[in-house]
Design a protein. Structure first.
Length: 431
């Protein structure tokens, strides 16, 4: 390559690195705020939400899980809108909506109105994830996508980490109702930052030179040309592996969301500590998750094999959760150690997992398939939160919930192992 061409290529790559500094921070914060709106409910439940509203524990469990019914309903239409119109405008609307609905959780005292509110919160937040994945596929190539996905989804464990540490103290200071109100305000304010900074495609970003956006568009077009053409979502369902991914993510989310929403109550049942210390203990598994997500995503992009980094983590997570279940009644700290391992490893493979679908399918349907898979995850989240909460209410112990989540996680790992992913073919293509 001539020296001028080499220098020009280096300049383009240097300019493209701005994507990680300009776009990814706002993506990360936006998804973090989305996760705050859904996961602080567990702390309200641990702080006495059921007692304050004079409802049974099983009703409180349904209240926690109804979010996922709303989350399930609109994901595929949201993805279709994001592909055909604008992902950034959809996210702007979602930020304002979920900030309001999250705040109303602390104001509404009628049980059935609160059910409607949590259902609508789920609808608002259902718009965010497919929109974000579609946005990232417009900005990052195959060799970068696992890391970009991981940074997006890091908003999940990072939020739970600081929220777990801060929400306990906030509840202690102002009560659980006011905590919901205060934690809903940032989403509304952030919506205006988002709409000022985020752009649907590189060519619309003022901070990226035209030459760089054209280079990136050419690279993405070459990737699309290597994929089999699929006319619609209905046709995509016939692609081997798509239905298995839906089932796999149902089982995975059963374990994840059951753990996230009920971990404060689980720790409290085995510990005499106050709500603020429960928050600190709840944060530790997610600190490990942050580290493992970055490590796994980096190696997945380097090796270009997604499945290899997904199924072992999920199997290990299921085994660790089972060990926590087995030791919970005998040694709190040993059970807590296994809980840390389980929490870290169940989050670790998110980056490579959500890189699988854009590598199987063209852009016109990949976003909708991601939304469909994530919708199945929402059903898994509904089943996990409701069943774990109902078991705890019925038996007075979290051990049955641990066991059901452990089985679901190991099953999701086993399903992943059977998948035929495009990793080897794509690696050969790049070579």
């Amino acid at each position: 390559m001539p020296e001028d061409d080499s220098h020009k290529a280096e300049q383009i790559q240097a300019a493209l690195r701005r994507r990680w500094l300009y776009l990814m921070p706002v993506v990360f914060v936006t998804y973090s705020l989305a996760y705050l709106g859904r996961s602080n409910f567990g702390f309200g439940a641990a702080a006495g939400l059921a007692k304050s509203l004079n409802i049974t524990e099983s009703r409180a469990a349904f209240l926690g899980s109804v979010f996922f019914l709303g989350y399930f309903l609109f994901q595929v239409p949201a993805a279709a809108y994001a592909v055909r119109r604008s992902a950034t405008r959809l996210v702007f609307f979602a930020l304002i909506s979920w900030g309001i609905f999250s705040g109303l959780t602390g104001i509404i005292h009628n049980y059935w109105l609160l059910v409607v509110d949590r259902l609508l919160l789920g609808v608002a937040e259902s718009l965010i994830f497919p929109s974000m994945i579609i946005l990232l596929t417009n900005w990052f190539t195959r060799s970068e996508r696992s890391r970009a996905n991981a940074i997006l989804i890091l908003g999940n464990p990072v939020t739970v980490t600081w929220m777990a540490a801060a929400t306990g103290y906030l509840i202690r200071a102002v009560g659980w109702q006011m905590t919901f109100v205060l934690e809903g305000i940032p989403s509304v304010l952030w919506a205006f930052v988002w709409i000022l900074v985020a752009r649907d495609k590189p060519k619309l970003a003022h901070w990226l030179p035209d030459e760089c956006s054209e280079h990136l568009a050419e690279a993405l077009n070459r990737e699309q040309a290597s994929l089999p053409q699929t006319a619609s979502l209905r046709h995509a369902l016939r692609v081997p592996g798509v239905v298995a991914l839906c089932l796999q993510y149902f089982c995975w989310s059963f374990g994840v969301y059951g753990l996230v929403l009920w971990i404060p109550a689980m720790i409290r049942s085995g510990s005499s500590r106050g709500i603020e210390q429960i928050g600190l203990l709840s944060a530790v598994p997610f600190l490990l998750a942050v580290v493992l997500m970055l490590v796994v995503a980096t190696f997945s992009d380097r090796v270009q094999n997604r499945k290899l980094f997904v199924w072992p983590c999920l199997m290990l997570s299921g085994v660790a959760l089972f060990c926590s279940f087995a030791t919970a009644g005998h040694d709190f700290w040993l059970a807590y150690f296994f809980l840390i391992v389980a929490g870290g490893t169940m989050y670790a493979p998110y980056g490579p997992f959500f890189a699988i679908m854009p590598e199987m399918l063209p852009a016109n349907v990949a976003g909708e398939v991601v939304a469909l898979v994530n919708s199945c995850g929402a059903l898994g989240g509904f089943a996990g939160t409701w069943l774990v909460g109902a078991m705890q209410a019925l038996t007075g112990s979290a051990r049955a919930g641990y066991f059901s989540m452990a089985v679901a996680l190991m099953l999701s790992g086993a399903i992943t192992l059977t998948l035929r992913t495009p990793g080897a073919r794509l690696k050969a293509h790049h070579a």
